[in-house]
Every structure is written in C-alpha cells, then in structure tokens.
Design a protein around this ligand. Structure first.
Ligand code: UDX
Length: 439
C-alpha cells in the first residue's frame, strides 16, 4: 500500500518505519526541513532501541522516504496517517492547532478513496471534526478513521510489531477492511483487531492511559502508607498480585510517572470531563498524587540532612523519566535536581542516554558524569531516580570506599534493605523501612 505519514515525531516515525518494514511504500512528511534533511542522511532525532537500524534498512530498500513536499506525498497515498504533536495547552486540554492546519493542507490533494487516520492522541470528537472539515474543504464524504497507538517509549518497535491489540474507529466496514489488511502482518499471533466507532477508539486511548496512571498513583499512595504505618510495599505487592483480579503489572511504586503521555493525557481527559460539566474527581486525584510523589525524594533527602544541603555533594543516577529512553519530559529527577540546586548543593548527574538533553537545559549548573562509579566519588549521598539496568548491581564495596558517606536514596526499590544494611549503607527506599548499619 502507498502510505503517507504526516509528522515525523516519535509516533509518526515509528509508525511509518514499521509499515515500511512490512513492505508498504511509506513517505514521512514534516514541515521541519532540518529534521527531514537529517533523516535523509540517516540521522534519527530520537533515541529508541532498534529504530535507527530499521529506518536505515527500509530507506535503503527505497520503501521509506522523507520529504517536506506534502502535496506530492499525499496525492498517491491510499492511507494518510496524521501523527502531528498535540501538546498540552495552558488549560490542560490538548492543543490541536497543528492537526487542523494539516487537515486543511492535505485536503486539496487527497485521493477520493484515501483513508485519513488519526494516530496522535486526540480528544474525543476530533475524528468527527476532521470528517466535517474535510467535507467542507473537498465537498465530499471522506474516509476518516481513528487508530490510537499504545507504544511505550524504549519498546516502541516491539510494541508496534507485536501489539496486544489494534483498535480502529471507523464509520464503515470498508475503511476497517483497509486497516485490517495493513495490520495483518502484525497480528499473526492471533491478537485482536478491534473495530468500533471513532469516539470509542479515541476514548479507549485516554481510558487506557488514565487507568495505568491510576494504578501507579494508587500503589504510590499505598507505599507512602506503609512508610507511616509499617509494612513493606514489596511484600504487599506480592500479597495482592497473586489475586488474578489484581495482577502484578504496573504496580511498582516509585517517584511518580513522567513522560509525554500519562501526565498530559490524564489532564486532557480531566479537562474534557470538565468541559462536559462533570467533576473528574479520580483523574484530578491521580494527577495530584503523582505531582506529590515526584517530591518524595525531596522529603527524604531534606529529613536526612536536616534541611542543610549547602556544601553537600549529591549524585543522581537516572534522569530520563524511565529506562531505555533519553526522554526527560516531566521526569521526576528534574524536580529533585531543581530543589537541590536551590538549596545550594553540588549536584552530579549520571544517565546512560539523557545527559545531553539535560546539559542543554542546565548547562554548567550540574556536573555531568559519564561513568557510574566516578559519579559517586566523594559524594555525600546517591539518589536513584530511574531503574536503568546499569544501576541494578553496582560494586557496593567499591562504592562504599568512594563515597564520603554511604547513603543511598533509592526511588525505584532496586536493592534489598537488609543486604544494604549489612553492606554498611544507610538505605532509604519507597514504601519500605529505612535501614542503617547503626540500627
Ligand atoms: C505510556 C503507555 O504505557 C503507552 O501505552 C502509551 O502509548 C504512552 O504512555 P510511556 O510513557 O512510554 O508509555 O511509558 P511507560 O513504560 O508506560 O511508563 C510511564 C511512567 O510510569 C514512567 O515514568 C514509569 O517510571 C512509571 N511507572 C510505570 C511506575 O512508576 N510504576 C509502574 O509500575 C509502571
């Protein structure tokens, strides 16, 4: 099939590349000339495992093209994916100005039978609005479908190639059939292709992200209760997870969720609910609990140092909002770093992928460390904010020798408290008792 993908951000690039990989002829379009020039030189704007190789492979096979020439790319396309950014506006609602501009720009060039598909996360009702805009612009009933993505950063290729399900929202079976054919190679493991109305498909995306965010805020609140009342959240997690109605997934306590999806989508859904005259109590609480959770490490560090951070050197491991990405959007680590800088601490940072991005924002306010062990040399404490694999089993004996004082704040519960105590560390974690060698 001939496919055009408008928007070469995270979602657009992964979508276009994976469709090219299954033999389609895909053209990715962007208004950013530099981005397109770079892509044509094989320079990929984001870090995503496996993506660079896949882009290069399909580019060389001449199945994947990058251009700023929107009319030329739209004219032959049987399917036009819209994957432009929908950033959070000031009121929390998604800002769709880029989407409307693209709909207008593609309208004179669309084939009569082209199926226009929204891939970006868009408010419920967007598909209907695009449908009526295209009717106004073209004078005919266009084919407009909704096909939300459920990709996780760091595992996007795998998620796209082996989805748990594909959801499409359509007005008629003809459009569903076009998308069913397109997705056939990805659903060979008998995973479902679910056809529903455009509104239900749009809603599905928000509800999935809202529920996953709710699980995280819920377990974080329970972890905080364990800290106050006694108990170890890890044991509690095991205790509840074996109940098949509950399960284990997405119930890891931590320093709060970040990234480009959960915070934005929870707020956007709440804003939509308010627009419709309802009070989204759960959604607002999920967001509030999360904002609060992003400061738990501040509380712990503050208490430990009696509020006096001036002259202290603190090392932070993990800056990206989660492992296997260099994305620092809404990353909890940044909340902690800002506070420590305000308090006059010397802050050293280490991350396998995100150092460059942080450097661009913080410049010489921080000390950037390429090496894990070097970063703790002389440090008064280490704070772990992201569970990168590299951090799972460091040489604790060497670290003990290097640190000025052996104190670890672990925001991801990577280590066993009792073992850390035996190794001589004061060890703070989430929802578990703090241990120290003098106990
Ligand atoms: C998420 C959704 O998973 C994906 O389906 C959607 O398309 C986009 O949003 P992503 O933001 O890439 O994907 O990351 P994800 O792996 O889901 O993690 C989100 C955040 O939740 C991270 O900050 C992570 O640290 C946190 N998290 C996740 C927890 O704190 N505990 C958990 O148990 C799981």
């Amino acid at each position: 099939m001939k496919i055009a993908v408008v928007g070469t951000g995270y979602v657009g690039l992964v979508t276009g590349t994976c469709f090219a990989d299954t033999g389609n002829d895909v053209t990715c379009i962007d208004i950013d000339q530099k981005k397109i020039d770079n892509l044509n030189k094989g320079i990929i704007p984001i870090y995503e495992p496996g993506l660079t190789e896949m882009v290069l492979h399909n580019y060389e096979a001449q199945r994947l093209h990058f251009t700023t020439d929107l009319p030329a790319a739209i004219k032959p396309a049987e399917v036009v994916y819209l994957a432009v950014g929908t950033p959070q506006g000031e009121d929390g609602a998604a800002n769709l100005s880029a989407m409307w501009a693209v709909v207008e720009a593609i309208s004179p060039h669309l084939r009569d039978d082209a199926v226009v598909v929204t891939k970006s996360t868009v408010p419920v009702g967007t598909n209907e609005r695009i449908y009526s805009m295209l009717k106004d612009f073209t004078g005919r009933n266009c084919h407009v479908a909704s096909n939300p993505e459920f990709l996780k950063e760091g595992a996007a290729i795998e998620d796209f190639m082996k989805p748990d399900r594909v959801v499409v929202g359509v007005r008629d079976e003809e459009d569903a059939e076009v998308l069913r054919q397109l997705y056939k190679p990805f659903l060979r493991t008998e995973k479902p292709f679910l056809v529903m109305s455009p509104q239900s498909a749009e809603m599905t995306k928000y509800v999935a992200n809202a529920l996953l965010s709710t699980k995280i805020s819920f377990i974080n609140e329970m972890a905080n209760l364990c800290e106050k009342m006694g108990g170890d959240i890890n044991d509690v997690r095991r205790g509840i997870g074996h109940d098949s109605r509950i399960g284990f997934a997405f119930l890891f306590p931590g320093v709060g969720y970040g990234g480009s999806c959960f915070p934005k989508d929870v707020r956007a859904l709440a804003a939509m609910a308010e627009e419709h005259g309802t009070v989204p109590q759960m959604l607002r609480s999920v967001d509030e609990v999360n904002e609060r959770q992003k400061t738990v490490m501040i509380d712990k560090v503050k208490t430990h140092f009696d509020g006096k951070l001036e002259g202290k050197t603190i090392t932070v491991w993990g800056l990206a909002f989660k492992p296997r990405t260099d994305d620092i959007r809404e990353a909890p680590a940044l909340v902690l770093i800002d506070w420590m800088l305000e308090q006059g601490a010397t802050v050293r940072v280490q991350d396998p992928e995100a150092l460059e991005k942080v450097k661009a924002d913080y410049g010489d306010k921080l000390t950037y460390c390429e090496r894990r062990m070097g970063s703790v040399d002389g440090a008064d404490a280490l704070v772990i904010m992201t569970e990168w694999k590299d951090y799972h089993s460091p040489d604790f004996a060497e670290m003990y020798q290097l640190m000025a004082s052996p104190v670890i704040f672990d925001g991801r519960n990577l280590y066993e408290p009792e073992r850390m105590k035996r190794r001589g560390y004061t060890y703070h974690s989430i929802g578990r008792p703090t241990v120290s060698p003098s106990d």
